[in-house]
Ligand binder design. Structure first.
Ligand code: ATP
Ligand code: MG
Length: 783
């Protein structure tokens, strides 16, 4: 049948890389003269037909007939636009044709073509394949085309010739030339369907894979990439404007500071190394900030800066007196040290340790010394410190590493010779994280601290010019080697009279000022101060007293703020209204004691305290029992006390007792130790066995030996003041403690009735009136 059909003569439009399928509409552009001439000829014709055919070799600029495939597509020019050299056009594919002959080759090719419809009928197989193609095609669209070019399912329903759909799908796949041409040349429908099916499957896999890869890359880079891009853009803009990037500007600023800073050679080298590292690290990297912080520390540390000491002793004395009442001995010792520093400026500053109960002015004395000397003052508390790294810092490789507290304090001080107060050295802990006191040893050792190494800084820093003062409530818990490095100065508690003075001269004034009151607006009569001291506070120091004065001052300030005009005198009668009910009662001392109970005096971290030692008989056969958390020394002195009494039963006028005793020292939660309760326990046991009560107005302290000697003990001032606070006027003390009474203020010495004892008999005679005649006292009574 094909033989009889006459050949149609058409201009040839050769395609380089693609194929136009029948039924398909596609845009093309033509630039080669051969093509342009062919298209112009076609346009000039009535039906505007061309034959479109692919070149076997894309490279051929002027293809001859043998360069072309023999199957092509007859097409009609739908639209055309001309620019200078090229023609843009839209072609509609019509039918498959064979190019049989080429009657003309110049200026363009003309071919005689013959239609070559595809063979084959619709079968169930083609039908099934077609459905499958529609589904796959739609899937491909949803994967590859954000906005589908057309609705495939709809097209599938509308087209008459299934090949229309096949070609449409093929054209949207953008197939390589070989594949496309193979499809165009497919001998039967079934072949064509199978080919497109396999192409489509392949393309879907490719798109999926591509998406997956893109997705991964996206999530990996995501934010970072974006930031990087933004930064690059910022940089470009800044360069355009002749500005520096923030990172460059930062590095430049640091370099400038580095050049100006007075750094030791070693430190400068290290800093420069870090600076180049900073330059090389991207600003977004976490290392950048770490390096930066480190450089900031180096730049801020006072490697060279010092303040000049003011060593005028008169001035120093004046400052110390201005800030603190009393404390004569301590102030003298401090002035002595300053005198030494003046004579020998190279001498290392002493390391002082202020020991005493809370609120007696240890910290504030340190501040005052700094003021007298003209040194900067910095303070850090060692209380509860467990980890050595807190003092020495963590290596920079740790996340969030920081310099230790010592260096931080020095940095705050901005000079390398501040007065550095280390509060609460007695409360330094020790556990698995290390022993901070060993680090302290190094810090306080003049032989080592000129090149103190902080783990974070990792460069030696000279601490030898620092004036260290430590404070503690007790020396008992300070490790020996540490204690050896320090010169201890004791601050003891204040008597009521001293507190009155301190209140008058310092506290009242300070609290008025803090509350914003003028001197005339609130006055405290002596009577009120005394009442606050005795009834509202019970302490060795003056901290609570100051707090109570502050409370009153604030209440009064409020009244003035609310419009009050006349000044207020804080009369004793007003105190309950301002401070609430009295909290302590002078009468607290027990007046009448049963036999076996005796008033003792103890020395605690918070000053002195009154405590009652109680003894009861145990039935025969039971051993001596001790309760109240007594330390070993105290237990031994309890045994000594009991044995003494038992062996001297005769002197006391009693039958040698058969059973033992149970001795209890209340306030059980507080561990107690030391020998100074010896006389008290002996008196309690004696009182119990003789069944004579001890005097309730008398308190005592002292160590005893088995032979009955009374030995001196510590903390006399604190103990006597504690007795007085409790309203006890009579105390029995070891004779050899007589000299310690000098530490007591005049008025206290006058008011207290002190009995000095050399032997236990003196104590018993003074404490238990009924025994006095038997025991021929040798003690003297100082009134
Ligand atoms: N002799 C004094 N003269 C004037 N003010 C004093 C005196 N003693 C203590 N103070 C004042 O008492 C308050 C408490 O003193 P500070 O804080 O120095 O006590 P501290 O001994 O350091 O106590 P802690 O052991 O609890 O640290 C401060 O306001 C201080 O000025
Ligand atoms: Mg303190």
């Amino acid at each position: 049948m094909t033989e009889v059909t006459a050949l149609q003569q058409l201009p040839v439009f050769p395609l380089r890389n693609t194929v136009l399928f029948p039924y398909v509409l596609g845009p093309f552009s033509a630039g080669r003269s051969l093509s342009v001439a062919a298209l112009e000829a076609a346009l000039a014709s009535e039906d505007k037909l061309v034959v479109v055919v692919a070149q076997r070799e894309a490279a051929a600029e002027r293809p001859s007939p043998k360069d072309l495939y023999t199957l092509g597509t007859k097409a009609v020019i739908k639209r055309m636009a001309r620019s200078e050299e090229t023609i843009e056009l839209i072609l509609q594919g019509l039918e498959r044709v064979e190019l049989v002959e080429f009657p003309q080759t110049a200026p363009y090719l003309r071919a005689g073509v013959r239609p070559r419809p595809i063979a084959g009928e619709a079968t169930t197989e083609t039908e099934a394949l077609l459905r499958e193609l529609t589904t796959l095609g739609a899937e491909y669209q949803s994967l590859a085309q954000p906005v589908p070019e057309f609705d495939l399912r709809q097209v599938a329903e509308q087209v008459e010739d299934p090949m229309h759909l096949v070609y449409l799908i093929a054209s949207m796949l953008g197939l390589e030339l070989e594949k496309a041409q193979a499809l165009l040349e497919a001998p039967t429908r079934l072949d064509a369907l199978k080919l497109v099916h396999s192409f489509l499957n392949h393309e879907i896999q490719v798109v999926k894979l591509r998406k997956e890869i893109a997705g991964q890359a996206k999530s990996e880079m995501g934010r970072e990439q974006r930031e990087y891009m933004l930064r690059q853009q910022l940089r470009a803009i800044q360069q355009e404007l002749g500005e520096k990037s923030p990172q460059e500007a930062e590095v430049d600023a640091l370099r400038g500071r580095l050049e100006e800073a007075q750094l030791p050679e070693l430190v400068r080298k290290e800093a420069e190394r870090e600076l180049s590292r900073l330059e090389a690290t991207p600003a977004a990297s976490p290392d950048h900030q770490v390096t930066r912080n480190y450089l900031e520390l180096i730049l801020e540390l006072p490697w060279a800066a010092v303040t000049e000491d003011q060593l005028d002793l008169d001035h120093a004395r004046q400052v110390l007196d201005e800030d603190h009442y009393g404390l004569k001995e301590i102030k003298e010792r401090i002035l002595e040290h300053l005198a030494v520093m003046k004579l020998n400026p190279e001498a290392k500053a002493p390391i002082l340790c202020f020991v005493g109960p809370p609120g007696v002015g240890k910290t504030s004395l340190g501040k005052s010394i700094a003021r007298a000397l003209g040194r900067r003052f910095e303070r850090l508390s060692l209380g509860g410190l467990h980890d050595e790294a807190e003092l020495r810092g963590h290596r920079r490789t740790y996340i969030g590493a920081m310099p230790g507290r010592i260096l931080q304090a020095i940095r705050r001080a901005t000079v390398r010779n501040p007065l550095l107060m280390l509060d609460e050295v007695d409360k330094v802990g020790r556990d698995f994280r290390g022993d901070p006191s060993s680090a302290l040893l190094e810090i306080l050792d003049p032989a080592q601290n000129y090149e103190f190494r902080d783990n974070y800084l990792d460069l030696p820093f000279d601490l030898s010019r620092v004036f260290f003062i430590t404070t503690a409530n007790t020396l008992d818990t300070i490790p020996g080697p540490l204690l050896d490095r320090m010169e201890t100065l004791r601050l003891s508690g204040y008597s009521d009279e001293e507190k009155m003075e301190i209140a008058h001269r310092y506290l009242v004034h300070r609290q008025l000022e803090q509350a914003g009151l003028g001197e005339g607006q609130l006055r405290f009569p002596d009577e009120s101060l005394r009442m606050i001291i005795r009834r509202y506070t019970r302490e060795a120091g003056v901290r609570e007293l100051e707090r109570q004065l502050g409370r009153i001052a604030r209440k009064v300030a409020l009244q003035f703020a609310e419009g009050r005009m006349q000044p207020i005198v804080a009369e004793p009668a007003l105190l309950p209204e301002m401070l609430g009910a009295e909290r302590f009662f002078i009468e607290e001392a027990r007046k009448d004691l049963p036999p076996g109970v005796v008033t003792g005096l103890a020395w605690t971290e918070t000053g002195g305290d009154v405590l009652y030692v109680e003894a009861i008989r145990l039935p025969e056969g039971q051993k001596l029992t001790l309760t109240g958390q007594l330390g070993t020394i105290m237990q031994e002195s309890a045994r000594a006390a009991q044995n003494y009494v038992v062996s001297h039963a005769d002197d006391l006028g009693i039958e040698p007792p058969k059973g033992s005793v149970h001795i209890h020292v209340p306030a059980g939660a507080i561990p107690k130790d030391g020998p100074s309760a010896g006389v008290t326990m002996a008196t309690a046991v004696a009182s119990l066995y003789t069944n004579h009560a001890a005097r309730g107005d008398t308190a005592m302290t002292g160590e005893i030996t088995l032979s009955g000697l009374v030995l001196p003990v510590g903390g006399i001032k604190e103990k006597v003041l504690a007795a007085r606070r409790a309203g006890i006027q009579r105390v029995i003390l070891p004779a050899r403690n007589e000299k310690d009474l000098r530490a007591l203020p005049e008025d206290v010495r006058e008011q207290m009735n002190v009995v000095f004892a050399e032997r236990i008999e003196d104590v018993l005679a003074a404490a238990i009136p009924q025994l006095a005649p038997r025991l021929r006292p040798t003690g003297t009574s100082a009134v």
